[in-house]
Design a protein around this ligand. Structure first.
Ligand code: PLP
Length: 358
């Protein structure tokens, strides 16, 4: 959906996104930053984000799904793409045909991959404590490594792990880091790529790690973090709608489904053409939006396509309304909804077109 007939859209600031990339990249001498563009580039639009970054000489990207990788490959022939999720036997051929690098993290995959009669590029996933994907036991790691090394159709390009608490529990982080360092020593192999850091780890700890070659930058590319002290990130996403209708309420008048809001006095409300089918979920009731640099309250239940705000007589029809990404930050919305900023940007749906600031 590319039209904006109802004047509701996500404004994506690619200049800020690249600035975030550059700022973080400059912290990490001699290491390459891999933008993580899974989930449609965290809701920012995978193709547009990747295109913008390719034009700025970035050539390696990470996604989670085979589908996401294929979508990028169809558009961009020359970049390298790593699928960080686990794919299985029936999908190896497709990955190879599209020249995608895959993640190997268990013996079922290994058995299947050994018998392939075509080349495939792999990254070995080590589970250092997250208990999600990857080889965990040291003996298994060595065994899996040897199997991959002895098969010439398997190009073992990289090795990686993922941190569970880079934004929090430093003790647990250190335990994971130490397990991974032990694995690297144990294997004693010149991997072309060794990558362990996500955004938090990259910003806080990566410069002190000497054996890694790459990092995987997700949320902070998009101007967000779970760490309080990260000041240099720039906002990349504003959710914008407008006042499509104004109503004048008498005392006792009710608003919306369930009539959950009753006017206590003469009040003015604005109707916005955005609702939970756009990913602006019902739990946002009671939060704020921004119009002309001032806050206004969300009242009544949020409908599938529309919602209500309490306004004053300074507001006119068609005034822009910023639902988040301005005065009301994405972090504020996440906190109110008892979740993390990742979820706020990822949950905006396909119905909301994107406008890019390049
Ligand atoms: C394996 C892996 N690496 C890197 C990232 C990027 O993490 P972040 O968005 O915290 O930078 C993710 C995101 O969840 C991930 O799953």
């Amino acid at each position: 959906m590319n039209n904006i007939y109802r004047n509701t859209y996500a404004e994506i600031n690619l200049q800020n996104l690249y600035q975030n990339y550059s700022n973080i990249d400059s912290l990490l001498k001699n290491k390459k930053v891999i933008p993580v563009v899974k989930a449609n580039a965290y809701g920012h639009g995978g193709i547009e984000v990747v295109k913008y970054l390719i034009d700025r000489n970035i050539d390696y990207f990470a996604v989670s799904l085979l589908e996401e990788a294929i979508e990028l490959r169809k558009e961009f022939k020359s970049i390298e793409i790593l699928i960080m999720g686990i794919i299985d036997r029936s999908q190896f051929y497709i990955a190879s045909r599209y020249n995608l690098s895959i993640t190997i993290g268990n013996f079922d995959q290994l058995v299947d991959i050994e018998s392939l009669d075509f080349p495939i590029t792999v990254h070995m996933k080590i589970d250092t404590g997250m208990n999600r994907l990857g080889f965990k036991d040291e003996n298994d790691i060595v065994k899996a490594f040897n199997i991959m090394r002895k098969n010439s159709h398997i190009k073992l390009q990289g090795i990686f792990t993922h941190f569970a608490t880079a934004d929090g529990n430093k003790g647990f982080y250190d335990t994971q880091l130490s397990k991974f360092s032990t694995v690297i020593k144990l294997l004693n192999y010149e991997f072309e790529m060794i990558h362990i850091s996500n955004s938090s780890s990259m910003i806080k700890y990566e410069s002190k790690i000497d054996y890694t070659t790459h990092t995987r930058l997700g949320i902070s590319l998009y101007g967000l973090t779970l760490d309080k002290e990260t000041k240099f990130l720039k906002n990349t996403y504003r959710l914008i709608s407008h006042v499509s209708e104004i109503k004048y309420l008498e005392p006792g008048d009710c608003v919306g489904y369930g009539a959950t809001y009753t006017a206590k006095e003469k009040e003015i409300i604005g109707i916005l053409p955005i609702g939970y089918a756009d990913g602006f979920i019902r739990q946002n009731q009671g939060g704020d939006v921004e119009i002309n640099s001032k806050r206004y309250s969300i009242i009544g239940r949020i409908c599938m396509d529309q919602m209500f705000i309490k306004i004053d007589n300074t507001i006119t029809k068609h005034d822009d309304v910023i639902l988040f990404g301005g005065l009301v930050s994405i972090d504020e919305v996440a906190k109110r909804l008892n979740t993390i900023n990742y979820e706020i940007i990822c949950q905006i749906t396909y119905r909301v077109p994107k406008i890019y600031i390049k």
